[in-house]
Design a protein around this ligand. Sequence first.
Ligand SMILES: Nc1ncnc2c1ncn2[C@@H]1O[C@H](COP(=O)(O)OP(=O)(O)O)[C@@H](O)[C@H]1O
Ligand SMILES: [Mg+2]
Length: 279
Amino acid sequence: MLASEPIAPSAQGTSAARSPAPGALAVRCRDVSVRFFTERRSVTALKNLSLDVAEGEFLSLLGPSGCGKSTFLRVVADLIAPTSGSVQVLGASPDVARLRRDIGFVFQDAALLPWRTALQNVELPLEVARGRAQSSKPPRATPAELLELVGLKGSENAYPHELSGGMRQRVSIARALVTDPRILLMDEPFGALDEITRDRLNEELLRVWRELGMTVLFVTHSIYEAAFLAQRVLMLAANPGRVQEIIPVTLPAGRTLAVRETPEFVQLTARLRRVLEVC
Ligand SMILES: Nc1ncnc2c1ncn2[C@@H]1O[C@H](COP(=O)(O)OP(=O)(O)O)[C@@H](O)[C@H]1O
Ligand SMILES: [Mg+2]
């Protein structure tokens, strides 16, 4: 299989509750370019990016600062429109996918509302949806169940200031999942956490992914995190932001942190480092 082809979800994800049609694409990009124009200059944040991501795939995005990782996620989420090229999200344009609530987003900063409890923060997107009177699909998991899924059973009534950084980020993941999105976009979600907390959340994220079966696009600066989590690593180079290489990850399914001590993992991260050096 070519590295530029998406990995079939069954390669690592289980046949989770949601079973996508074989070969269905979560994201399809062709020659996507994004230019930003400011008063003094223009920046090519992305140049001719073409990529297919299969439904249910876990893709890491790795590259130096400023190579367009966040820009790419924002294009998929319909927060910005590409200057040229075409983007399809689950077979539709990004704005249709957004209106269908197909996309959840987790940022580096959990950005919880301080006056609401953990549970009330997770419930917020549902209240917003009801306010818009949209015909919302019934979610597969309740806010309380999602908090349990991310390891926060017992902390439902805690306020954000009573939670650690890692716990706040768990709440933001539960909040992103509460509308049952088919695609989860994560922009350096664990970048501000200490290493031990990050390791633990990496393992738990894999467990949640296997359980729910959504597609994940995960931006990180960490070679180890990218390799541990993903089925493929999309490496972007900067100036202009472009695809440098797409590297398949053939580590076993059901990974635990111990996989990082295997020769395969060491070889893979060495390869990622070599590519990163020329990005
Ligand atoms: N709203 C914007 N206006 C102008 N330039 C931007 C804007 N957003 C991003 N850029 C520029 O586009 C490039 C890519 O940015 P970004 O996608 O944030 O990179 P990354 O997330 O990989 O660090 C950078 O040069 C950045 O300065
Ligand atoms: Mg960024």
